[in-house]
Design a protein around this ligand. Structure first.
Ligand code: MG
Length: 519
């Protein structure tokens, strides 16, 4: 831990010049490292909330987030780079908008600090292009301006910028904002990664998010009714609805209501009868609200409080007097990000469902049931396994056609599902083969359930429309008490099932020593 916070950065200034002269003109073209080890900020940060950022940094042991610093002025780049490296960030520099776009694609930074005034392509244009291409759109962009001009901020927000810093960059503000943005990006990255995994399994990636804020819901915690009216009117222009509360307890009730679906929480400081920092940390701690953005409305002199809130999980802030354009642009940014994240998650859930489900019967598929069995056995759980095969299915399929065959399989699947216990997993294992995994089932229970399934299928014919057809199944069972190896267990049940077939079909056979040997 280096603990230099609060000291006047003369040492940084001197060292910067040292670095500047050491690198000379090669500085700007420092080649980016080839491999990366990125451990999510929020991951680590949430594990060390009390010790704070520096302790978390220590725990990271050199693993870092990447920051791309874009500025046409070399001394400016040097200064930012030195400060960032001092906090263990991995840094690369770019001297122009074009260079920034190339590096953003090749180096995959976690955040981009972008100068506004640059010859050729300016910061606004560079930001627009970064946000327009799929490979870089998710990277947070912080614009660094020399003017604290609201008009310029709104221009930047419209270009897709996530935040602003004014030169000379204040150290505490810089790191508070970086942490807040990196936390958000880390959550998005986790979902993007999962979406990619699912894509590898052959499913469609999520489409580009529609730019629509209609119906977005914003919860405002404030005791200032006239400010609430102003805010509400401003957000209505983007189709958003604002609900004002002045009681923290009530806010928690609303937030935990699963039907509420808020897109953003606005907290107007000073917070009525409560602690804004407690609100921020509680939002991040509870599962229902962990990813819900929090934005603060504050006076300039409440800066310390705002910085602390960023550390605890606030996402953005607006200073009074409130400029409506800026407020709307910042709120749109938060809501856009929130909705993108929700879509990634929904997409992931849907793809996951498809990835583990058999399309014909709606049962779990083979991939899922094998994994399930393996993890049960790994946990040392006792279980029974049933291999179920439809008798004389091929002649049925050939005679009545595939549509009838499919209908028969669906009906068998439905009856199986209806007659197992809630905790059992029924899966389609192959063409006309089903596998049932019964957690916690011993020899007796396994026998009883197997018999129940056999009679549920064989005792009443299946209605195929053109005919009512008697369908039977042969079942083999095996117990984890004999072997805790998933493949061996399935093979023994399979061998027992073939024995049931050879003994006349429509019957249940438990695996014998002979079956285990065959397995
Ligand atoms: Mg410049």
């Amino acid at each position: 831990m280096r603990g230099r916070a609060g000291r006047y950065p003369w040492s940084i200034f001197l060292r910067d010049f040292g670095t500047y002269f050491a690198y000379g003109k090669n500085y700007a073209s420092l080649s980016p490292p080839k491999s990366r080890e990125f451990i999510g900020f929020s991951d680590i940060y949430s594990r060390f909330p009390a010790q704070g950022w520096r302790a978390a940094q220590g725990a990271r042991q050199g693993m870092t987030a990447r920051v791309l610093v874009v500025d046409d002025s070399l001394p400016n780049r040097k200064l930012l780079e030195a400060r960032l490296q001092d906090e263990y960030f991995e840094v690369a520099g770019a001297a122009s908008g074009a260079e920034a776009i190339t590096l953003a694609q090749r180096w995959s930074p976690d955040i981009i600090l972008l100068d506004v005034l640059m010859p050729g392509m300016d910061g606004f244009e560079a930001c627009r292009r970064l946000k327009a291409q799929l490979s870089t759109a998710h990277i947070p962009v912080v614009m660094v301006t020399s003017l604290n001009d609201q008009g310029e901020r709104v221009r930047g927000l419209d270009a897709g910028a996530d935040d602003f810093l004014v030169k000379p960059v204040d150290q505490a503000t810089l790191f508070a904002r970086l942490r807040a943005l990196l936390r958000v990006k880390q959550v998005l990255d986790a979902w993007r990664l999962r979406a990619e995994t699912v894509r590898d399994l052959g499913f469609e990636p999520p489409s580009a998010p529609p730019e629509d804020f209609e119906g977005a819901k914003v919860l405002l915690l404030s005791h200032d009714a006239s400010e609430a009216t102003t805010l509400s009117r401003a957000l209505q222009a983007d189709g958003m609805a604002l609900e004002q509360f002045s009681d923290e307890k009530l806010v928690w009730q609303k937030l935990q209501d699963p039907a509420a679906h808020y897109d953003l929480v606005l907290n107007s400081l000073p917070m009525p009868g409560g602690d804004p920092l407690r609100l921020a940390s509680r939002l991040r701690a509870e599962a229902e609200t962990r990813d819900l953005p929090l934005m603060l409305i504050a006076n300039a002199e409440q800066r310390e409080l705002v910085l602390r809130a960023f550390e605890l999980g606030a996402s953005d802030h607006v200073l009074r007097p409130i400029n409506e354009e800026e407020l709307r642009a910042r709120v749109r940014n938060q809501v856009r990000r929130r909705r993108y994240q929700l879509r990634l998650r929904a997409e992931f859930d849907r793809s996951l469902e498809l990835a583990v489900t058999d399309g014909l019967t709606g049962l779990r598929n083979r991939r899922y049931v094998v994994r399930h069995l393996e993890s049960l056995l790994r946990d040392g759980a006792a279980c029974g396994v049933l291999m179920i095969d439809v008798d004389r299915f091929k002649p049925l399929n050939d005679y009545y056609g595939h549509a009838a065959g499919d209908a028969a399989l669906r009906e068998v699947a439905a009856r199986l599902r209806e007659h197992v216990r809630a905790s059992d997993i029924v899966a389609r294992y192959g063409g006309e083969e089903f596998l049932v995994v019964m957690s916690g089932a011993g020899i007796e229970e396994t026998g009883v359930i197997a018999e129940r399934l056999r009679s549920a299928i064989g005792n009443s014919p299946i209605d195929l429309g053109q005919a009512k057809l008697p369908v039977t199944v042969s079942i083999g069972s095996a117990l984890s008490a004999v072997s805790a190896d998933a493949a061996a267990l399935i093979a023994a049940a399979d061998a027992a099932m073939y024995r049931a077939k050879s003994l006349g079909r429509n019957r249940v056979e438990a695996a014998t020593n002979q079956d285990w040997r065959l397995a």
